[in-house]
Design a protein around this ligand. Structure first.
Ligand SMILES: O=c1ccn([C@@H]2O[C@H](COP(=O)(O)O)[C@@H](O)[C@H]2O)c(=O)[nH]1
Length: 298
């Protein structure tokens, strides 16, 4: 089976590298005139996914917004993940799980691959209990051709104090994590590996050397839009990861609903911008242009 990296790269060229966040928050449900309940959740997700259709490579449901309704919400998460995959997009479950290794085995079975509880193509994890504790998720991802994104440098300002703290060897926590990711990927072979990283698009331009430490990783870059980063910043900031970045946008797109036309227009705008950020000035632009001539645009 094709790996997550292979499937993403193909979809990024033919659709767009944009990662559309599926965040059915209370605020957005109310803005859309929906009830803040599981039925509202279902209608919201159905409309977003209908508008996204075959436009983007990756859709990222945020588990917290589903879990808040207990079992009914989790049922809606399963409905959404199945629909994402049926539309040919990759489903990246933003769960940011991080626990001891035995428990991570449970999360891996819940989230990753066909036959798992939620059937994600990839999942986000947090390494606060140690990078090594995440191994069961990495192993399952390798076995099933799935992906894992480890939070390295999050988009929110609260993350800085913890992630910029220094180890005795002088590296920050984020740098050491990036090195762990790269060592793991390199041990699996050359090329882009199973372990991706989360590096917020809000990153200070002076701090982007962290990206150079991740030469074999896809990079999920949340923070575009509502958190203040512009899509136009992504290309320059992530230059050393050209062709490997998934710019992620949730609220800045979702707030355009419930009008299907306005929602689709917003997705279209961000997907075009994501392409420019992804391959500006590179040879990828040529392959994309070639591929897109064959794509029927609606
Ligand atoms: O560092 C991170 C990692 C993940 N997120 C998630 O992204 C969305 C918020 O996106 P907006 O485009 O700002 O609406 C939410 O699901 C977060 O959990 C992040 O913001 N930062």
């Amino acid at each position: 089976m094709a790996s997550f990296v292979e499937r993403f790269t193909d979809l990024a060229i033919h659709r767009s590298p944009l990662c559309l966040g599926l965040d059915p928050s209370e605020e957005l449900l109310r803005l859309w005139g929906l009830e803040n309940d599981a039925e509202g959740l279902r209608r919201f997700c159905g409309s977003v996914l209908e508008a996204a259709d075959d436009l983007v490579a990756v859709i990222k449901p945020q588990t917290g917004f589903f879990e808040r309704f207990g079992p009914e919400g989790l049922n809606e998460l399963a409905v959404a993940t199945a629909q994402i995959r049926s539309q040919g997009s990759l489903c990246l479950i933003d769960a940011k799980r991080g626990d001891v290794a035995g428990t991570m085995k449970g999360y891996a079975s819940a989230m990753l691959g066909a036959g798992s509880g939620f059937g994600g193509d990839a999942v986000t994890v947090s390494a606060y209990l140690g990078f090594g504790a995440l191994l069961p998720v990495f192993d399952r991802a390798i076995a099933l051709g799935a992906g894992v994104f480890v939070v390295v440098h999050s988009s929110n300002p609260e993350g800085r104090l913890l992630q910029d703290a220094r180890h005795p060897d002088g590296r920050t926590v984020a740098e050491a994590l990036a090195d762990d990711i790269t060592t793991f990927n390199a041990n699996q072979g050359a090329g882009i590996g199973v372990l991706g990283a989360v590096v917020g698009a809000t990153i200070d331009p002076a701090a982007t050397a962290i990206i150079d430490r991740l030469p074999q990783s896809l990079i999920l870059a949340p923070g575009v839009g509502a958190q203040g980063a512009e899509m136009a910043e992504v290309g320059p900031k992530f230059r050393s990861a050209q062709g490997r970045v998934l710019p992620s946008v949730s609220r800045a797109i979702l707030r355009h609903g419930p009008s299907p036309v306005a929602l689709r227009d917003a997705i279209e705008r961000y997907r075009e911008a994501a392409w420019s950020a992804w391959d500006a000035g590179s040879s990828l632009a040529a392959s994309r242009g070639h591929a897109r001539t064959a794509v029927v645009r609606r």
